[in-house]
Design a protein around this ligand. Sequence first.
Ligand SMILES: [Zn+2]
Length: 98
Amino acid sequence: MKSEALIERDLKVLRRFTEVFCREKHGRELCEECRGLLAYARERLEKCPFDPKPKCKSCKVHCYQKEQRERVREIMRFSGMYFVKRGRLDWLLRYFLS
Ligand SMILES: [Zn+2]
């Protein structure tokens, strides 16, 4: 798969997780803050120096700043549980297999 396609796929999953997080936590569709985080994630992904891009989880660089990394982790944890509770394991698998 080309890097660009990988980036789009990663962003799509992250966006889905963030939408759930924002709706449940912030009571919005995608608030400014969450939108900002997605924009940040896109920027990081597009600037990834590796080709092909490794999985961010197993990458040694960790280009995310600490604050953003914590936030993404929180979103993944929260929305991960949300999907589990609703039997939407397909979304979790998409995340773990990506
Ligand atoms: Zn939000």
